[in-house]
Write a protein that binds this ligand. Structure first.
Ligand SMILES: *[C@@H]1O[C@H](CO)[C@@H](O)[C@H](O)[C@H]1NC(C)=O
Ligand SMILES: *[C@@H]1O[C@H](CO)[C@@H](O)[C@H](O)[C@H]1NC(C)=O
Ligand SMILES: *[C@@H]1O[C@H](CO)[C@@H](O)[C@H](O)[C@H]1NC(C)=O
Ligand SMILES: *[C@@H]1O[C@H](CO)[C@@H](O)[C@H](O)[C@H]1NC(C)=O
Ligand SMILES: *[C@@H]1O[C@H](CO)[C@@H](O)[C@H](O)[C@H]1NC(C)=O
Ligand SMILES: *[C@@H]1O[C@H](CO)[C@@H](O)[C@H](O)[C@H]1NC(C)=O
Ligand SMILES: *[C@@H]1O[C@H](CO)[C@@H](O)[C@H](O)[C@H]1NC(C)=O
Length: 863
C-alpha cells in the first residue's frame, strides 16, 4: 500500500480573457488511485514551494524529500495539481544520491516497450494533476523536484496566484516562498491562507517595496500544529497571493536579449454597452433545471443599465423573448428573471436555427439602430447537445452569418464528446467555450463568460509593431479589452541598427477611436535590466515561446487539416527548444528497468455514465467490458467467418459455459459483399444440472437430461427449476439465471423481414457474475473479476474525430481509440450510447492469447 507523500494543488486562478482562452477540460474519469495512508512508514522531511515571478511570469520549483522508515520497500507518491495553463519544464528525482532527470521528447517518437514500472502523467486539464509513484526501498531517501512555468493573468485589477495545500501527512518542514519582481513597481501585495490561525501569523511574512515583493510561509513540526486532528487532512486550503503593479503608461515593454514583451492595460475608460442575446436550449433533463436557472439568473445580475438583452428559447420550436432588444433596466431584468424561472425544460433540439435567429435579431437591431452603434454584440449559447447530424453545417452557416461581427460564447452542459465541437464553434467566432458538468457534485463554472466580467472598455485592439524592427509576433489583434485585464504581446527584435521604434495601438473606445503610441528605445536591447537573482533564463524569450505555443495550440482547434500539420510542427519545435511539456511532447525519465512517462494531455474528454450491466457482446459482435471503479469501459470487436463458434464464458469449476455462433449477412445478387457478422445462435451449458439452452433468433430450446422444452420468441413464459430460471419476454429478451450471482439476458434484434442484407441477431449481457470462480475464462468471463488499466497520452487523431490514447493494461502498452458502443437492453433498435476505450485488432493485448484461442467446436462446448 502506498503512502501519500503529499498532494498539492497549485492553482493560479486562470481568469479568462478574450485573447487567450484555451479552454479544455480533462479526463475526469482517470481516477486517482485510492491510497491508504500509513503515516509512520514514510517520513516526509520537507516540502518547499519556491516561486519566482518576474513581470508576472512565474517560475515555480517544488521540492519534496521523503525517507522510507519501514523495513520493507514502500510506494511513495508525489502529486501536484498544476494550473491549466502551466507548462512543466523540468522534473527530476534523486534516490539515495543518484539523480534521475527527465528528458523532453516528441510524443510518439519514443517507443516504450516492455514493462512500465513507473508511470507519470500530467493531464486532465481541469485537474492538471501531476503524479509520480516510486517504490522506495527500506531506509532510502527520495527527493522530487518539479519545475513549471506559467503566466499569471490579470483580472479585475489584480494578479492572483493561488497555491492550494492539501496534505495528509504534515512534513517536518514546510515552506512557501514567493519572490516577485515587477519592473513597473508593485502597487499592492497581499497574501492570505485560512489555514493560518491567528497565533501562527508570525509564520507568514509579506512585504513589498518598489519593484520587489516577497511572501513566505514557514512551518515546522516544532511549531504549534495547524490542525488538532492528526489523522485527518492537515492543511486544506488555498494560499493566495494577490498583487498589482503601477501603470504609468498603458503599454509597458520589457526587452531582454533580443525578445520583447508588451503588457498593455489602459485604465479608467468608459464602458461600452453590451448587446447580449442568450440562446437557451430548454431541451435539458429536468434534474438540472435549478442549477442552470440559478446560473442564468446570476449572469443577469452582471449586466448594467447600458446593456441590452434578449433571449431565444429553443426546443422543437425557436422563440425569441422580445422582437427587439430591451435595455437591461431593473424592470426588464425582473421580467427576464421571471422568464428564466418559468422555463420548462424538455426534449432534444438542434442549435442551428436558434443561432441563426440570434444573428438575425442582432442584425436587425443594428440596422434599425435600436441599439447603440458603439457596442459589442454577444451571443451566449446554453446547450447540452448540438443535435445536428451535420455539425459542419452549423459551423459553416453560423460563421457565415456572424461574419466576424459578433462574439459567440458557448456554454456546454454535458459530459460527452461534443465539447470540441463547441470549442471550435466559439473560437471561430471570437468567443470562448466552456463546459459544465451536470452530475450532482459538479460545480457550474460560468465565471469565464465575457458578459459576466468587468466593464468592457475597448474593442478591436490592434497593436502595430514596425516590420523592420520586429518579427515572430504573438497575437497582436484582440477583439475585446476588459477593464482590469491586461493584453500581452511578445516578439523578437530584428537585429538591425535601429535605436528606437514606435508601437502604435489602435482601438475603439466607448465614444471614439483611440490611439496609443509608445516610443521604445533599444539601448537595453542586450542589457538585462533584471536582477540576477530573479532571472530564470531570459524570461522575455521564454514568455514569447510560452505564448506562441499556447496560441498555436488554440488555433489548432479550428484549423484545417493541412494547416494543423504546420501548427503542430511549429509548436513542437518550440516545445522541444524551450523544454516545455506541452500536449505535443513527453517527458521521459529513464531509470534502471524503469521508464517514466510525463505528459500533458492535449484535450480532455469527459463523460460519465452508470450502468449496472457488467459486460456484454452485441452487434457485429462488439464486446464491452464495464470497469466500474473507473466509471468507464473498454471494448473490442472480434471478426471471423460465419459459422465460427466463440467461447464467451467458461467456468470449469462451476460447470457453466456460454458459446455463440457467428452468422453473416444475407447473400445478395447484386454483388454486395459484406463482412459483417453477428451472433445468430447462443448455447448455455450447465454441466452440473445436465442443462443445455439453445437460443436462436427463432427459438429457445431447453434440453434438460432427456427432456426438451421449446419456446418461440413470441412467448411470454418463465421456467423455474432448482437453481435455474429462464424467462421469455415476448419479442424482447430471455433472462437466464443460475441462482444468485449468475444472471444473463439475451436480446433479440429483429430486422425488417425483407431486409435485403440483414438478418435477425442476438445480443448477450451479463447482469450478475459474482458467483463465478477465480478460474472463469472466455471472451467475457476473463473480465468477471475486474480489470485495471491506465490511460495516458490522449491525443487527437488526424484521421477521425475520435482521440487515440495509450493504454497500459496487463503490463502492455496498447494504442486505443475513444469510441462508443451501445447497450441495447432498453431499446433494441436505437440502443443507448456507452463510451469506451476501443482496443484494436480483435482485442489483442487486452484479451488473453488471441481470438483463435476462443474458437470452440460447438455451442455446447465446455472443455
Ligand atoms: C519489519 O518490521 C516489522 C514490525 O515493525 C517486524 O514484524 C518484521 O519482523 C520486520 N521485518 C524484518 C525483515 O525486519
Ligand atoms: C522602418 O519602417 C518605418 C515604417 O514602418 C520607417 O518609417 C522607418 O524609416 C524604417 N526604418 C528603417 C531603418 O528602415
Ligand atoms: C523616440 O525616442 C528616441 C530616443 O529617446 C528619439 O531619438 C526618437 O526621436 C523618438 N522617436 C519619436 C518618433 O519620437
Ligand atoms: C504549411 O507550411 C508550408 C511550408 O512552410 C507552406 O508552404 C504551406 O502553405 C503551409 N500550409 C498552410 C495551410 O498554412
Ligand atoms: C471483407 O474482408 C476482406 C478480407 O478480410 C477485405 O479485403 C474486404 O475489404 C472486406 N470487405 C468489406 C466490405 O469490409
Ligand atoms: C426484458 O424486456 C422487458 C420488456 O421490454 C423489460 O421490461 C425487461 O426489463 C427486460 N429485461 C432485462 C433484464 O433487460
Ligand atoms: C429510435 O430513433 C428513431 C429516430 O431516431 C425514433 O423515431 C424512434 O422513436 C426511436 N425508437 C425508440 C424505441 O425510442
Amino acid at each position: 500500500m502506498g503512502n501519500f507523500l503529499q498532494v498539492y494543488t497549485l492553482l493560479f486562478y486562470i481568469l479568462s480573457s478574450v485573447n487567450s482562452n484555451y479552454l479544455t477540460e480533462g479526463l475526469r474519469n482517470i481516477q486517482k488511485r485510492s491510497i491508504e495512508t500509513t503515516v509512520e512508514d514514510i517520513e516526509i522531511h520537507s516540502i518547499n514551494i519556491n516561486s519566482k515571478v518576474i513581470s508576472h511570469f512565474a517560475h515555480n520549483v517544488i521540492t519534496s524529500r521523503a525517507v522510507n522508515r519501514a523495513n520493507i520497500s514502500k510506494e511513495v507518491f508525489f502529486n501536484v495539481d498544476l494550473p491549466k495553463s502551466a507548462f512543466i519544464t523540468k522534473f527530476s528525482m534523486i534516490i539515495d544520491g543518484v539523480i534521475y532527470a527527465g528528458n523532453i521528447n516528441k510524443k510518439g517518437a519514443v517507443i516504450v516497450s516492455g514493462k512500465v514500472d513507473l508511470l507519470v502523467r500530467i493531464g486532465s486539464t481541469n485537474e492538471d494533476m501531476f503524479t509520480v509513484t516510486v517504490n522506495l526501498p527500506s531506509q532510502s531517501e527520495v527527493t522530487f523536484e518539479l519545475v513549471y512555468e506559467d503566466l499569471l493573468k490579470r483580472e479585475l485589477d489584480k494578479f492572483q496566484m493561488s497555491i492550494r495545500v492539501w496534505q495528509k501527512t504534515l512534513p517536518k518542514n514546510f515552506q512557501i516562498k514567493v519572490d516577485i519582481y515587477e519592473p513597473q513597481g508593485i502597487r499592492f501585495l497581499d497574501a492570505r491562507a485560512s489555514f493560518i490561525k491567528n497565533d501562527m501569523l508570525t509564520a507568514m511574512k509579506k512585504s513589498f517595496s518598489g519593484k520587489k515583493g516577497y511572501v513566505s510561509f514557514k512551518h515546522t513540526t516544532d511549531q504549534q500544529c495547524i490542525c488538532a486532528d492528526h489523522s485527518s487532512t492537515l492543511l486544506y486550503d488555498d494560499f493566495i497571493v494577490t498583487y498589482d503593479i503601477n501603470r504609468e503608461s498603458p503599454g509597458n515593454i520589457q526587452i531582454v536579449n533580443g525578445y520583447f514583451v508588451q503588457f498593455f492595460a489602459p485604465i479608467k475608460l468608459t464602458g461600452i454597452p453590451k448587446i447580449i442575446i442568450y440562446v437557451i436550449d430548454i431541451g435539458w433533463a429536468m434534474n438540472y433545471n435549478s442549477k442552470i436557472k440559478k446560473n442564468l439568473l446570476s449572469m443577469l445580475k452582471d449586466t448594467t443599465e447600458y446593456d441590452y438583452i434578449n433571449f431565444i428559447l429553443f426546443h422543437h420550436f425557436t422563440e425569441a423573448w422580445k422582437d427587439s432588444f430591451v435595455k437591461a433596466t431593473p424592470k426588464n431584468i425582473e421580467e427576464a428573471k421571471n422568464l428564466i424561472r418559468s422555463i420548462h425544460f424538455h426534449g432534444d433540439t438542434s442549435i442551428h436555427d436558434p443561432l441563426l435567429m440570434a444573428v438575425e435579431l442582432l442584425n436587425k437591431a443594428h440596422l434599425s439602430k435600436e441599439v447603440p452603434e458603439r457596442s459589442v454584440s454577444i451571443i451566449n449559447l446554453f446547450t447540452d447537445n448540438r443535435n445536428e447530424h451535420l455539425p459542419g453545417r452549423i459551423q459553416k452557416n453560423v460563421k457565415k452569418a456572424i461574419q466576424g461581427k459578433y462574439t459567440l460564447n458557448c456554454l456546454y452542459f454535458n459530459n460527452v464528446f461534443d465539447y470540441p465541437f463547441f470549442e471550435k464553434l466559439a473560437l471561430e467566432n471570437s468567443g470562448v467555450a466552456q463546459r459544465s458538468h451536470l452530475w450532482p457534485h459538479a460545480q457550474l463554472q460560468m465565471g469565464n463568460f465575457l458578459t459576466e466580467k468587468a466593464t468592457l472598455t475597448l474593442l478591436d485592439i490592434e497593436m502595430h509593431y514596425p516590420e523592420n524592427a520586429t518579427a515572430d509576433l504573438t497575437q497582436s489583434k484582440f477583439r475585446h479589452y476588459l477593464e482590469g485585464d491586461e493584453i500581452v504581446v511578445a516578439g523578437r527584435l530584428i537585429d538591425n541598427d535601429l535605436n528606437s521604434f514606435i508601437v502604435d495601438v489602435k482601438a475603439e473606445g466607448a465614444d471614439k477611436s483611440l490611439k496609443y503610441t509608445e516610443n521604445v528605445t533599444l539601448q537595453e536591447k542586450y542589457g538585462v535590466q533584471t536582477q540576477q537573482e530573479y532571472n530564470f533564463g531570459d524570461f522575455t524569450e521564454r514568455l514569447w515561446a510560452y505564448l506562441t505555443i499556447q496560441q498555436l495550440l488554440k488555433k489548432w482547434i479550428y484549423a484545417g487539416l493541412s494547416e494543423r500539420a504546420n501548427l503542430t510542427a511549429k509548436a513542437l519545435k518550440l516545445s522541444l527548444t524551450y523544454n516545455f511539456v506541452t500536449p505535443l511532447t513527453l517527458m521521459i525519465v529513464t531509470m534502471p528497468a524503469k521508464t517514466l512517462l510525463l505528459e500533458k494531455l492535449s484535450a480532455g474528454y469527459n463523460y460519465q455514465y452508470f450502468s449496472p450491466v457488467k459486460s456484454w457482446v452485441d452487434s457485429d459482435p462488439d464486446f464491452v467490458i464495464n470497469v466500474p471503479h473507473k466509471k468507464d469501459a473498454v471494448c473490442f470487436n472480434i471478426k471471423d467467418e460465419p459459422g465460427v463458434v466463440l467461447n464467451l464464458i467458461k467456468d470449469q469449476e462451476l460447470g457453466i459455459a456460454v458459446n455463440a455462433e457467428l452468422i453473416g449477412n444475407k447473400k445478395t445478387d447484386n454483388n454486395v459483399i459484406s463482412n459483417e457478422t453477428y451472433f445468430g445462435r447462443l448455447g448455455i451449458v450447465n454441466r452440473e444440472k445436465s442443462l443445455k439452452i439453445e437460443v436462436t433468433t427463432q427459438m429457445i430450446t431447453i434440453l434438460n437430461g432427456d427432456n426438451t422444452e421449446m419456446f418461440t420468441w413470441g412467448d411470454i413464459t418463465s421456467v423455474s427449476k432448482e437453481g435455474f430460471n429462464l424467462a421469455i419476454s415476448k419479442k424482447k429478451n430471455v433472462t437466464v439465471s443460475f441462482g444468485e450471482g449468475a444472471k444473463f439476458v439475451i436480446i433479440l434484434h429483429e430486422v425488417w423481414k425483407d431486409h435485403p442484407l440483414h438478418r435477425d441477431f442476438l445480443g448477450f449481457y451479463t447482469l450478475d457474475d459474482h458467483k463465478f470462480s477465480g478460474g472463469v475464462h472466455g471472451l467475457l468471463g476473463q473480465f468477471f473479476h475486474g480489470i485495471d488499466y491506465e490511460i495516458f497520452e490522449v491525443h487527437k487523431s488526424d484521421k477521425t474525430e475520435k482521440p487515440d490514447a495509450t493504454m497500459l493494461v496487463k503490463n502492455k502498452l496498447l494504442t486505443v481509440t475513444r469510441d462508443t458502443q451501445k447497450d441495447y437492453r432498453e431499446d433494441p433498435h436505437n440502443g443507448s450510447k456507452v463510451p469506451c476505450w476501443f482496443v484494436h485488432s480483435n482485442g489483442e493485448g487486452l484479451i488473453d492469447g488471441s481470438k483463435k484461442d476462443y474458437i470452440v467446436p460447438d455451442i455446447f462446448s465446455i472443455d
